[in-house]
Design a protein around this ligand. Structure first.
Ligand SMILES: NC(=O)C1=CN([C@@H]2O[C@H](COP(=O)(O)OP(=O)(O)OC[C@H]3O[C@@H](n4cnc5c(N)ncnc54)[C@H](O)[C@@H]3O)[C@@H](O)[C@H]2O)C=CC1
Ligand SMILES: O=C1[C@@H](O)[C@H](O)[C@@H](O)[C@H](O)[C@H]1O
Length: 339
């Protein structure tokens, strides 16, 4: 850290999310600067580094993590590349903000959990940014007051306008439903014990061979059900909605009614087109919270345990998608490090 305590951050992966996080740390976040960026694609790394004075571009994360002006790491490479970046950052005992998913499967997530445990202290915050979204925070606070009574069911809708070309049917679970997995555990304060994935007839607008949409049912240890409609080629925009049904009432977010216009015999609003637009404030708050906690020498936010639990649930979901039926979720015992 500099004398004035500014955190030097290395951003690994400079694609859609990584480039947006570089912009955020550079222009929005206080108390941090982007010291280095890393991407396997050297040209992309150079282009992004050129937007920040003094930022160096690397193709090798080891050289970035060893740099004297790097105090912390923000991982925004593709999911399968997270494990090696996390293990190296933990070897250097560097604080990490890792985009979701922690890793794409339970075995690799467990290796990260074991590495952090071996270090003896928490170092990693996982990028489940919905926990920083104003609407989700309101929903969580409402549930925590107990005024609605015990939650019985959670209905989630998660729609993307279009999926990227590399998207597979499994990724609807491991990359997209990963969010609802975390939201369900966080909102209800319960682990997920089983997953069933149902396959409606695919939309004619989905790329050939992509099972889109899917309908996912998550069962929790307290007997609640959380269902997720995941539809990543809905065509009209980006929609994330959640409704909790409790014993004495319901609470719902995500209707996007921030402004409604009336004109020429119609009324209506607009729909965000992607996550960068819908969750812009949440990403800002997430990164600021990470920088603030890191500068205080603390680690807050979603933990490696949360990332591991989500990975185990998603892995069970992918098995259900491929083999059919209800798949139980097996978790190791929760280590004391994670409360
Ligand atoms: N929180 C959220 O709402 C969102 C999170 N994400 C997550 O962010 C991460 C990145 O996603 P996108 O930016 O959409 O992907 P992207 O494909 O646009 O970018 C990934 C970048 O990582 C680079 N990369 C891959 N392996 C690498 C390695 N070993 N070392 C260095 N660079 C490497 C690629 O060259 C590419 O530039 C993923 O984990 C994804 O799940 C993505 C979208 C939204
Ligand atoms: O994390 C995200 C993407 O990786 C994922 O592919 C999208 O479906 C989600 O809406 C987005 O928030």
């Amino acid at each position: 850290m500099t004398e004035r305590g500014t955190l030097g951050v290395a951003v690994i992966g400079t694609g859609k999310m990584g480039a947006d996080h570089v912009r955020r740390v550079h222009e929005v976040t206080s108390g941090a600067r982007v010291s280095a960026v890393v991407d396997l694609d050297a040209d992309r790394a150079k282009q992004v580094a050129a937007r920040v004075d003094g930022c160096t571009a690397h193709t090798d994360m080891a050289s970035a993590m060893a740099a004297s002006d790097v105090d912390a790491v923000l991982i925004a490479s593709s999911g399968p590349a997270h494990e090696s970046a996390l293990l190296l950052a933990l070897e250097h005992d560097l604080p990490v903000l890792c985009e979701k998913p922690l890793t794409p499967d339970a075995a690799s997530a467990l290796r990260v959990l074991q590495a952090e445990q071996a270090l003896g202290h928490r170092r990693v915050q996982v990028g489940f940014m919905r926990r920083f979204d104003a609407e989700y925070v309101k929903l969580k606070s409402c549930l925590d007051t107990g005024q609605l009574g015990r939650p019985l069911m959670l209905h989630n809708r998660h729609r993307n306008a279009a999926s990227p070309p590399f998207f597979t049917s499994s990724m609807l679970i491991s990359d997209s439903v990963a969010h609802e997995t975390d939201v369900t555990r966080w909102l209800l304060g319960q682990e997920i014990t089983a997953v069933t994935v149902l396959r409606p007839t695919p939309s004619a607008n989905a790329p050939d061979g992509l099972q889109d949409p899917q309908f996912v049912v998550l069962e929790t240890e307290g007997g609640a059900l959380s269902d997720v409609e995941i539809f990543v080629n809905c065509g009209f925009g980006y929609q994330v909605q959640a409704e909790v049904v409790c014993e004495r009432g319901t609470a719902r977010i995500g209707d996007g009614h921030a402004m409604v216009t009336s004109m020429a015999g119609r009324w209506g609003g607009t729909i965000a087109q992607d996550f960068v637009e819908r969750f812009a404030d949440a990403y800002d708050r997430e990164v600021q919270a990470w920088v603030d906690a890191t500068r205080r020498g603390e680690v807050t936010g979603p933990s490696v345990w949360d990332g591991y639990a989500a990975a185990a649930v998603c892995e069970a979901g992918v098995r259900s998608l491929n083999d059919g039926g209800r798949v139980p979720v097996e978790l190791v015992e929760r280590p004391a490090l994670y409360g």
